[in-house]
Design a binder for this molecule. Sequence first.
Ligand SMILES: Nc1ncnc2c1ncn2[C@@H]1O[C@H](COP(=O)(O)OP(=O)(O)OP(=O)(O)O)[C@@H](O)[C@H]1O
Ligand SMILES: [Mg+2]
Length: 109
Amino acid sequence: MIKEIIAVVNRKRGAGKTMTSQSLGEGLKLKGNKVLFIDDMDGQGNLSNTLKADKAKPIILDVLTRQENIKRALQDTEQGDIVASDTSLFAADLYSATIMTATITSPLT
Ligand SMILES: Nc1ncnc2c1ncn2[C@@H]1O[C@H](COP(=O)(O)OP(=O)(O)OP(=O)(O)O)[C@@H](O)[C@H]1O
Ligand SMILES: [Mg+2]
């Protein structure tokens, strides 16, 4: 059963989101919790690289687009469990930005 979901979010680049996620996860594990990392949705895959996730396995994009069950995307690495991400998330990021731009009406018009 999932006890808690913690999202580390900030619009600013290089603000320490990935580092905070990893440190928080490690701390929670030390306290006896089971932790599943879900890597970033912006296509960098930094935590996946750090945890040496298997690039051949399904990633979070496959889960979000319902092509894979999340159970098949779970990876058990030496440094923790993760649902990985990779650069294909850039396209998803661009796609959602395009949808948002199309639906937001400018206050200047
Ligand atoms: N508490 C900290 N003390 C010192 N350096 C830190 C700390 N947190 C993060 N950093 C360093 O700051 C840089 C950016 O951190 P990080 O990659 O976690 O940011 P991010 O918000 O995930 O970036 P991005 O927006 O590119 O995904 C890294 O080089 C990281 O090692
Ligand atoms: Mg990051």
